[in-house]
Design a protein around this ligand. Structure first.
Ligand SMILES: CC(C)(COP(=O)(O)OP(=O)(O)OC[C@H]1O[C@@H](n2cnc3c(N)ncnc32)[C@H](O)[C@@H]1OP(=O)(O)O)[C@@H](O)C(=O)NCCC(=O)NCCS
Length: 375
């Protein structure tokens, strides 16, 4: 039987204790805890600790972890210079290049072990947020804003982006968004990170592989595409017609469908209310109304297992908070960092090289033809 075009669909790669994604029930569990429970009660720092260490932290453990994260926030001056030099590139190219440089400069990160990878991973979780905010500032001709140690990860990220302390409500929304994006089992970027870690490459190299893989529109780019769609539609009354045209043209509707979820993505459900309430608070109900109309237009496709995914409402939330569309994929990376690190460490714990096969379907018995005889 041919394996052509299956994209490893349904193939189980290995065991994991990090997360469960139940595509039939629309259930996501981090280390035993349901995502809805964590979304309601836990901070990004707690969830990061949970993913890395396998259990929720005590107060003292969380305080120690938080100190470690805060100590890791600053990025070396050379990394800022590199961002300056490549500032005109795609933001994901800038992020990948800057993280690669940060890793190369971190002399204590180059061993492919849990002992070295864990503290290096915590530093990178902190630094990636700083890199994203720094690139945003530099691309807009603004001075980078150094991190502050008295703010949470989410609040400090917004502070470094916009140069002013965010309201507790805005910081809470970003914190929730980061929690929802923190981990998702063997998605394409995490798979790439595990493949790199499986060769006994250091954690930083594995994270760079993950960032490279996240760049593609089928993975990290959907939130940006959804927001562009919303702005293009412009008026809720145009939504149904627009979607009909898209489907008839054989195009995929961004923010819908998922390789694993064949029912509602639980992360999308969490962001729906946030998008509605934030839009209402800011006097912009239109985007949410358009999103609702798109959802309605897509209802017939539920029978095929096509439901809104996490990216469907994320774009509107980011835009309402003033985060530009070009930073949506980098935002995804800020959130996914603890998941990537946890998977690299899990791979190191019981490592086996990941090396699947390809079924060769080309010719087998051609004879070499000297160049002057080729036509
Ligand atoms: C995420 C995605 C790549 C998953 O792809 P997949 O697991 O390979 O799913 P399939 O392409 O096999 O989908 C099954 C069917 O649903 C259709 N479908 C899937 N997603 C669709 C979408 N967003 N809009 C319209 N139709 C869609 C496919 O065309 C296919 O139809 P067919 O059976 O008539 O050929 C795909 O749903 C997609 O491209 N979505 C839009 C991008 C996006 O939002 N990505 C973010 C994911 S979190």
């Amino acid at each position: 039987m041919s394996n052509a075009g299956t994209g490893l669909k349904g193939v189980v790669l290995d065991d994991t204790r990090i997360a469960l994604v139940d595509g039939e029930q629309g259930k996501l569990v981090y280390r035993g805890y349901n995502i809805h429970d964590l979304a309601q009660h836990a901070t990004f720092e707690e969830v990061s600790y949970l993913l890395l260490y396998g259990a929720l932290p005590t107060r003292a453990q969380l305080a120690g972890f938080d100190r470690q994260l805060k100590a890791g926030r600053a990025i070396p001056e050379q990394v800022v210079e590199i961002i300056e030099r490549v500032k005109a590139a795609h933001p994901m190219d800038i992020l990948r290049t800057a993280v690669s440089a940060a890793v190369a400069l971190d002399e204590n990160s180059h061993e492919a072990t849990v002992e070295v990878g864990l503290p290096a991973g915590v530093r990178l979780i902190a630094q990636v947020a700083t890199v994203v905010a720094t690139m945003h500032r530099i691309r807009n001709g603004l001075e980078p804003v150094p991190p502050r140690e008295d703010l949470s990860h989410a609040a400090n990220f917004l502070y470094m982006m916009f140069g002013k302390e965010p309201s507790p409500e805005d910081a809470k929304i970003i914190d929730l968004d980061l929690v929802l994006h923190a981990e998702h089992s063997s998605n394409a970027s995490t798979f790439a990170a595990r493949v790199a870690a499986g060769t006994a490459a250091d954690l930083g190299s594995a994270i760079v592989a993950a960032i490279a893989t996240l760049k593609g529109p089928l993975h990290g780019g959907a939130a940006e595409a959804v927001q562009k769609t919303v702005e293009e539609i412009g008026d809720p009354e145009r939504a149904i017609e627009y979607i009909k045209d898209k489907i008839e043209a054989g195009e995929k509707v961004m923010g819908f469908g998922h390789r694993v979820y064949k029912t509602e993505d639980p992360r999308g459900a969490e962001l729906r209310d946030v998008a509605r309430d934030l839009g209402h608070k800011l006097g912009n109900d239109r985007w949410f109304q358009i999103l609702q109309e798109i959802e309605r237009a897509m209802e017939p496709y539920r029978a095929k297992g096509i439901y809104p995914n996490v990216d469907f409402y994320a774009g509107a939330v980011y835009s309402l908070l003033g985060i530009p569309e070009e930073q949506f994929i980098p935002m995804f990376a800020v959130g996914r960092m603890p998941g990537w690190v946890a998977h690299v460490l899990e791979q190191y714990e019981d490592n086996v090289l990941i090396r699947p096969l390809l079924e060769y379907t080309g010719p087998r018995h051609l004879r070499y033809v000297p160049i002057e005889q080729r036509t």
